[in-house]
Design a protein around this ligand. Structure first.
Ligand code: GAR
Length: 224
């Protein structure tokens, strides 16, 4: 199988990265991780990736005077690893339009809300404060605007009456770990593709990867 070479960008604990590492172990998964890069040298995810034999790099944004200079080295490191697709997995650094354009339609991000609701930080507390009854997570293509871009797939998580920020975050995170490999698989296979700034899903694509999942929505167009 011709596997897409993935560069995973992280800033912290890397649990979504771990779920991608697990998925990539499967011989029939259409992607493999070439490099994990963190902008924070102490990110716990770097050690996890290294312990699994994956090439890791820390590119500390604090060592650069400008965003552009940081991104020049980030781009070069991705090119050196022959990365074809970037997966942002808890990468908490805003990227310039120049970098985003270089990786147009080749950079995915996961966000812990049902976009376009609750972009930015503190998503779970804001969802609780707004009184929404359903929240979830989104995998989308990266565009210049933060937490925007064509949506590949979403998973819904019910808000319980006694939820707090931590309990809700934990259930959404569990859904993220299911959703990201699912979305990456569809995109890497070309089952999910961009048309007129929207994602279309080929009719033959799997709608959900397993029955024990939260509700994952990435319906083939002919079933909408
Ligand atoms: C995840 O919940 C991810 O969705 C979020 O950061 C967390 C990283 O956790 N990303 C964003 O908020 C991006 N806007 P992880 O390091 O354990 O994967």
């Amino acid at each position: 199988m011709n596997k897409k070479r993935i560069g995973v960008l992280i800033s912290g604990r890397g649990s979504n990265m771990s779920s991608l590492i697990e998925a990539c172990k499967s011989p029939d998964f259409p992607a493999e991780i070439s490099v994990v890069i963190s902008n924070r040298p102490k990110a716990a995810g770097l050690e996890i990736a290294a312990s699994k034999g994956i090439k890791t790099l820390a590119i500390n944004h604090r060592n650069y005077d400008t965003r552009a200079a940081f991104e020049t080295d980030l781009h070069q490191a991705l090119m050196d690893a022959q990365v074809e697709l970037i997966c942002n997995a808890g990468f908490l650094r805003l990227l310039t339009a120049e970098f985003v354009d270089k990786w147009h339609d080749r950079q995915l991000n996961i966000h812990p809300s049902l976009l376009p609701s609750f972009k930015g930080l503190h998503t779970h507390q804001r969802a609780l404060d707004a009184g929404v009854k359903i929240t979830g997570c989104t995998v989308h293509l990266v565009r210049t605007d933060m937490d925007a871009g064509p949506i590949i797939a979403q998973a819904a998580v019910a808000v319980e009456h006694d939820d707090n920020e931590q309990t809700l975050a934990a259930r959404v995170l569990a859904a993220e770990h299911q959703l990201y490999p699912h979305a990456l698989k569809m995109f890497a296979l070309g089952e999910a593709f961009v048309k007129n700034e929207m994602i279309e899903i080929r009719a033959k694509a799997q709608q959900t990867p397993s029955s024990k999942l939260p509700a994952i929505f990435s319906p083939p167009l002919d079933k909408v």
